[in-house]
Design a binder for this molecule. Sequence first.
Ligand SMILES: *Cc1c(COP(=O)(O)O)cnc(C)c1O
Length: 386
Amino acid sequence: MAQSHDPSSTLPAFDAASNRLIIDLGALADNWRKMDRLSGKARAAAVLKANAYGIGIEPAAETLYAAGARDFFVANAEEGVALRPLVPDGRIYVLAGMWPGNEQLFFDNGLVPIVNSQEQFAFFMSVLSERGDHPCVLHVDTGMNRLGLTASEALALANDPARPASFSPVLVMSHLACADDPDHPLNRRQLESFRAVTAAFEGIESSLANSAGVHLGPDFHFDLTRPGIAVYGGEAVNGLANPMKPVVTAQARIIQIRSVRSGETASYGASAQFSRDSRVAIVAIGYADGYHRSVSGGGVTLRQARPSGAFGFLNGHRVPHLGRVTMDLSLFDVTDLPENAVRPGDYVELFGNNVAIDDVARAGGTIGYEMLTSLGHRYERAYIEA
Ligand SMILES: *Cc1c(COP(=O)(O)O)cnc(C)c1O
């Protein structure tokens, strides 16, 4: 983080904060524009589910709308209701779709349900017969085996002369199972299957690619792409150097610096063992903040499979996590820093500009998506305006 951009110096709230989250909305907008460009002739939607991947739906929606996004995906109708006032003329697609009891939310808020199954199709048709026309999206499963009509169900529907005239989807979509692995043969199979379906729904827009799918090239772009994680700065494709700007920087306060003698241990289970005299920073971050216990430096089962736990970043140095992440506290080894380079009150970067969120995720056997969506409620948040 450029020093001039560090809002800690200007925000009084940050003086008191134990943990702080700095969210760079300029990077968010740049990342969306980049994914929009990479989408070629297709336009890019913005995916705002799960409180915009944890960063906050309000600032994310306003930033991405200002950057030019007009199509928005959310997980459920409640998220759509929260989003509606932020993007008054945007099109909001609800991934979970409509079911008896939530239909009013779609009509009151102009939300577009995604029809994921024969049951949802039948229910949506019955609602339309009472209320009149309303747009929808048809979701077709081409190999993920999660949500969506099967390709043959979708083809039968397309070719059914008795299909109700009121069924007029604005979009036909599918979702890729293996886009993060460009060589996986399922990508091509899903593409062929999706092409057959879109041909049967001629004249209706179509959408297949998530972030990783955008990188699979123009064949996968269709009319609308749905990049999520890449816009939030995360890795989308395995083995590809992440081309996106980091959006989220998480920092936690050092409460105390301890000196520990060679031969002593620290943390639960005596899981940090010292073979040299050491200095340890005791930091106000724990699994209750979404700093998962599995990223622990030692003393958790995962370390038998992957020897290295998470690293933090402090005054120009990478500092390894020691022992177990506990609910509110973590230990970092600061022995190799010059004595005067670290003091109680300093902040350790957990991830952000200097430590990739996906590296921390890997240390914990998870993915950047899960790190972002489990950030917890104890961070003081500051947004750098776009
Ligand atoms: C979450 C989601 C996306 C976005 O995926 P990323 O991998 O974050 O780019 C796209 N499409 C659907 C159906 C999703 O559920």
